[in-house]
Design a protein around this ligand. Structure first.
Ligand code: CAO
Length: 425
């Protein structure tokens, strides 16, 4: 079976999380991703949150699978010469430097296009053009500026960021789609283009249901939000909705057996209209099937707190997995709150390769998240992240055609740091 992106070569100027998530996806699909890193230091995440001294951190290893690493000082004249040769050999340049950094290095869009008109240049920035365009941005800043934080958490508490990295990984996903779309466009236009993703925009795209609710507010209260049933008036902006379901089918996180000592003994329970009758039977309220106060989705809305308190009295008698088994028999949409420990040990996630064990020469075995996108004709094999500069010589020689004496000259200039050959694994 062939890889979907076989033959596509990526010049990967990314660091930290947003850009690396994007290029990792492209690498899983078979692109040859050449990660350019600063000699001696590399991507800052190699050293961040290190759990084992002098070993690439899990932060780095879990975001840079299937890539090759070359060290180049982009500010060294010889380094620039090598980079320009790489620009000509690559289909896509991906970067997520601070605004203006690529231009300052001398790689403006105009110069890149002149050197390689087919090149696609893909960038992540915190903000798009406008008043914040020059700002440096990390994950939580994007969550706050993209509308996620103001709509996450509980109404009577402070705004909350979410654990899902929607600013970084979310933007990386958007960028990857932009890149493959531009690659497709290039097949009939013959030319490259720029692909720009702002982290604020990507977060907003993922929060679009909240902009929907913002406009619904003009026509009355948001009846599916708990505060409606609690008679708490709405202000002029979408409030935080706690764990209320974002859709038209009310849902909540409810306690299950063991909640007193297990912080994750909870289940998400959705009172989908289609299964209201079995819900009433299971929780021991058969009268609610016909009582006009409870029998229709609309009349239930003011009573959601009472309804979920009653359902919780049932869920508290079962552990979350037992409750799942019972509720699934009736097609009642629900889901256990899984801890990361439970996810790491989950058989089915291992079987599909979504959770995968990888071996690393200095770290040993570790768990990672594999490609969540499954292509039937080109399955992704997850290979370990590269050591810093591991492929410098290989890339200089095989991709760029440099000879021994030229490689020695490049090394002598300080442009690529010390070129070392990795002992066979
Ligand atoms: N050789 C020589 N110099 C290099 C180099 C290399 N191989 N790689 C990077 N550099 C230089 C850059 O050219 C830049 O120099 P100048 O400031 O002189 O132009 C310098 O390193 C710092 O780059 P940076 O500003 O991108 O890095 P930072 O650590 O200061 O900021 C970040 C990091 C993420 C805040 C910033 O890159 C950014 O805002 N990126 C866009 C948004 C983004 O992707 N954020 C997500 C990050 S994950 O949460």
């Amino acid at each position: 079976m062939s890889k979907a992106l076989e033959g596509v070569r990526i010049l990967d100027f990314t660091h930290v999380q947003s850009g690396p998530t994007c290029t990792q996806l492209l690498a899983w699909f078979g692109a040859d991703v050449i990660k350019v890193e600063r000699p001696g230091a590399g991507d800052a995440t190699r050293q961040q949150l290190q759990d084992i001294p002098d070993v690439d951190s899990l932060y780095f290893t879990m975001l840079n699978h299937n890539k090759r690493s070359i060290t180049i000082d982009t500010k060294n004249p010889k380094g620039k010469e090598v980079l320009w040769r790489l620009v000509k050999e690559c289909d896509v340049l991906v970067e997520n430097f601070a605004p203006g950094a690529l231009d300052r290095m001398g790689f403006s869009w105009e110069k890149l296009q002149e050197a390689n008109p087919k090149l696609i240049v893909a960038s992540v920035k915190g903000f798009g053009p406008g008043r914040y365009q020059d700002c440096k941005v990390y994950e939580n800043v994007a969550q706050c500026a993209g509308g996620s934080a103001s709509t996450t958490g509980f109404r009577d508490d402070i705004p909350m960021v979410t654990g899902a990295q929607i600013g970084d990984s979310g933007t990386g996903l958007h960028l990857a789609l932009g890149i493959v779309t531009a690659l497709y466009h290039r097949t009939h236009s013959g030319v490259g283009q720029r692909v720009d993703c702002a982290m604020q925009d990507s977060v907003l795209n993922l929060c679009r249901v909240k902009l929907r609710d913002q406009q619904r507010l003009a026509h009355g209260p948001l009846r599916e939000y708990s505060q409606f049933g609690e008679d708490i008036p709405f202000g002029d902006a979408v409030p935080r909705a706690g764990n209320d379901s974002g859709g038209g089918q009310p849902g909540r996180i409810l306690k299950c057996k063991g909640w007193e000592h297990d912080p994750n003994a909870y289940i998400y329970f959705i009172t989908q209209a289609a299964v209201w009758e079995p819900i009433c039977d299971i929780i021991g309220e058969p009268g609610w099937k016909t009582d006009p106060l409870y029998s229709s989705p609309k009349t239930r809305l003011p009573h959601l707190n009472e309804i979920f308190t009653r359902i919780e009295a049932w869920t508290m008698k079962h552990d979350k997995f037992e409750a799942m088994d019972i509720l699934n028999k009736y097609d009642i949409p629900c889901g256990p709150i899984l801890s990361m420990k439970e996810i790491a040990e989950d058989d089915s996630l291992r079987a599909t390769g979504t959770v995968v064990e990888v071996d690393h020469p200095t770290r040993g075995k570790y768990l990672t998240v594999g490609n969540p996108i499954k292509l039937s004709a080109s399955p992704a094999e997850v290979t370990r992240s590269p050591l810093l500069g591991e492929h410098t010589e290989e890339i200089l020689r095989e991709v760029l055609g440099y000879r021994d004496n030229e490689i020695a000259e490049i090394e002598g200039s300080g442009a690529v740091g010390r070129v070392t050959k990795l002992a066979a694994e």
